[in-house]
Design a protein around this ligand. Structure first.
Ligand code: NCD
Length: 392
């Protein structure tokens, strides 16, 4: 059994540096070379990725556009190395690779690879880099993706073959590409440019009359995060990105139990970024004040015996989006969820126009395609094709 310390020790001094020093190791000029944590992204880069994602979406609607896109990276091969359970992240990365014409290969079950015979995951990683052009990886070990990126950098510095590493979820630690699709979904919601909108009457204009404070874009909003705020990696990564916008406030809504509360390091970081933070133990109490609601499941796979005892008497009602609560919510407030869901969002909610979670999952495919285009430096070609065929 390989433990995180087996590989993280090797790179401990690199892992323990301040995050901005580390981020510099994962980019060349303005372009990322590995995607490991959310703090690598700034607002310009996020806006650029979102606009590339929207272009890819539009270009994909026609056969000629699809043929253009699949020609972009048809000479590249991706390894999807997912040794922790995944549905959406795995499939949307695979679909994103296919949109750009990349060939995909996968390892999902380590018992089918030589790791079962005791091979170190770092050796596996080096082997992948011999055969493939990018490794997209999910692991239950925090810092493993980061260690793999240092391994690749070490190889590059010796003039050896090295490929980009993309973190598709590492332990309870980070899930940066989920945060990208969450940002893209929120941004699209607050563009207020649904197809129904036109110059005379837009949904935004109607809402603005009822909600005079409401502005377009991500700034000046109250974002609610409900559920297992402590152990869910998606909240850690998404709050990091949202904190880049001015005037954001976070309302963390979680059971009154230490492990489910936002971790101190995250709170300190957010406070330093100037985010206003509120804590609550009841969704019904605060739901009318939210501009966006991000629901999460309780991450029972991390439970210890003590946690299981706590959950025996736990009442989930305060953290469930019951249909009765919908009328208390603002009419524009999008409901997001990274999925999988358990009982925190009953099926009846799915038909409400504010339920974004299926669109959110589809957005993952577009933004991940945009990220791959960025890594392989073909986003400029996408922009030029879009300009030529669709105008500004
Ligand atoms: C999440 C994950 O794996 O972190 N799912 C996802 O990637 N869409 C959330 C979860 O497991 O609860």
């Amino acid at each position: 059994m390989i433990t995180p310390s087996d590989f993280s020790e090797q790179y401990e001094s690199l892992i323990n540096r301040p995050v901005l020093a580390k981020a510099a190791d994962f980019q060349r000029q303005e372009r990322l070379t590995h995607v490991i944590f959310a703090q690598q992204f700034d607002r310009d880069m996020l806006n650029h990725l979102c606009s590339t994602a929207s272009m890819i979406r539009q270009i994909s609607r026609h056969r000629q556009g699809q043929d253009f896109l699949t020609g972009l990276l048809s000479h590249k091969r991706a390894m999807l190395y997912f040794t922790q359970a995944s549905t959406r992240t795995f499939l949307s990365f695979m679909a994103a690779c296919q949109i750009l014409g990349m060939t995909c290969n996968e390892i999902r079950d380590p018992t089918t690879s030589s790791e079962f015979k005791g091979e170190s995951p770092l050796d596996s990683m080096r082997m992948f880099s011999s055969y493939f052009d990018v490794v997209i990886m999910r692991s239950n070990m925090a810092k493993f993706a980061e260690s793999c990126a240092y391994l690749m950098n070490e190889l590059a510095s010796q003039g050896r073959r090295s490929v980009p590493v993309v973190n598709a979820g590492s332990g309870a630690d980070e899930h940066p590409t989920q945060a990208l699709l969450d940002i893209y979904t929120i941004q699209r919601t607050f563009e207020f440019s649904s197809q129904k909108d036109n110059a005379r009457q837009s949904r935004f204009d109607t809402l603005r009359r009822r909600y005079p404070e409401l502005n377009k874009g991500l700034e000046n909003k109250t974002y609610g995060f409900c559920g297992d705020v402590g152990r869910g990696r998606t909240v850690r990564s998404l709050t990091t990105l949202l904190a880049l916008w001015p005037g954001v406030r976070f309302n963390f809504i979680y059971p009154n139990y230490d492990k489910l509360a936002p971790y101190a390091d995250m709170l300190t970081r957010l406070e330093e970024a100037g985010v206003g933070i509120e804590h609550s133990h009841s969704l019904p109490d605060v739901i009318n004040r939210l501009d966006m609601l991000y629901m999460t499941r309780i991450q029972h796979e991390h439970d210890t015996d003590a946690d299981r005892r706590f959950f025996e008497t736990f009442d989930a009602a305060q953290f469930t989006l019951y249909p009765e609560l919908l009328s208390k919510m603002r009419e524009y407030c999008p409901i997001l969820h990274p999925f999988p869901r358990n009982q925190e969002i009953p099926f009846e909610i799915d038909s409400d126009p504010r339920a974004m979670y299926f669109r959110q999952a589809r957005n993952g495919m577009w933004i991940r395609a945009a990220l791959l285009a960025h890594l392989f430096d073909v986003d400029g070609k996408i922009g030029a094709f879009h300009q030529k065929n669709y105008g500004a």
